[in-house]
Design a protein around this ligand. Sequence first.
Ligand code: HEM
Length: 405
Amino acid sequence: MEPQRQNLKPATRLSLRRYHISEEYGFLLCSPLKELPDQYRPWMEIANKLPHLIESHQLRAHVHKMPLLDCRFLKSHREQRLAHLVLAAITMGFVWQEGETQPQKVLPRTLAIPFVEVSRKLGLPAILVHSDLVLTNWTKRNPEGPWEISNLEAIISFPGGESLRAFILVTVLVEKAAAPGIKALVQGVEAVLQRSQDALLQALQQLRLSIQDITRALAQMHDYVDPDIFYTVIRIFLSGWKDNPAMPTGLVYEGVATEPLRYSGGSAAQSSVLQAFDEFLGIRHCKESVGFLQRMRDYMPPSHKAFLEDLHSSPSLRNYVLTSGAGSCLVAYNQCVEALAELRSHHINMVARYIISAAAKARSRMLSHLLPHALEDRGTGGTAVMSFLKSIKEKTVEAILQPCA
Ligand code: HEM
């Protein structure tokens, strides 16, 4: 049996609304805005032309002409979220416009000051994060239409054409597929508190179905995203300035701090979905992985991070399953863990194709002088990819419970 958790809030009911999580959309922002108030037009004009400005090497010149705008007129949460996405996207383009060999190491004050200000309001770091690129960056073409790639659009884009668009939108579909699973977690915690085996069984079954839906959604990456474009174009714009040899000292945010700041790049490791499942299922990773995963929580909206922490403080599902003697719950628990391990296997295969093989292919084409060398075997979040992901998957498998004798 796992060691007793510190049940800080054992009697508190979890409610998704308290954490700004939606039953329908999960961690996705509901109805993200596409426009900012009129006084922020200079930002929107650049952001809406971002792929073209980067590809034609004009973005840096446009940024240098940007006026300094005051963030005080960003009133609503959704306005602040769009502003963060817009300023983050312009920042990534500005830093990496000329590729990995010539990053910009100083962010001009007209960009740095408002970006840091809006980041403080939201409790997010001043860099592009998963909550920008994915959670805040989707819209449905036909609002009544289906949740399919063909009916979705990204609000802000980078170079990479259709592959970039699909990379964002498949991840949106993954987050959407997770929504019933997140709802099931709350029902599962409540079932454990009430010691209701029937309710727990239902919650676990719902969670397994949701994990399987996520795996199916994830597989669409292979249909729509070209590995070469991902590796040689898209990935660079997600790269950060922490643990990245291309930017060893970090980025100076002019007008904010004299010392450079270091932040990890955007990665779906900043999604709260799998961390929430791990917390609920009581899956424990090794020390090094935990260090990285915990750090990724600082790149999530604070309310989502708080949800993970409160899940951690909830009564242990594993202990309940083992001690309640409900064989059906144990089977259902194990099916969730197996589905999660399978999802992680698919993800590993994807990383093998989109990073490891794509890097080898690019090297063999003698393009290596153009490539983000330092990033070859590292994720955009800065990890040594394969050993990290394999360890995470192995620890998932190890969580499978044996029935008590
Ligand atoms: C082309 C597609 C993808 C690639 C190449 C990729 C790559 C990676 C890499 C390299 C890592 C290691 C951490 C880092 O350094 O960033 C990682 C971790 C992770 N990725 Fe992805 N990823 C992809 C799509 C996704 C999607 C769509 C999701 C779903 C939200 C996702 C969820 C995760 C999670 C949760 C982790 C942390 C490890 C875990 O909990 O298993 N990834 N990914």
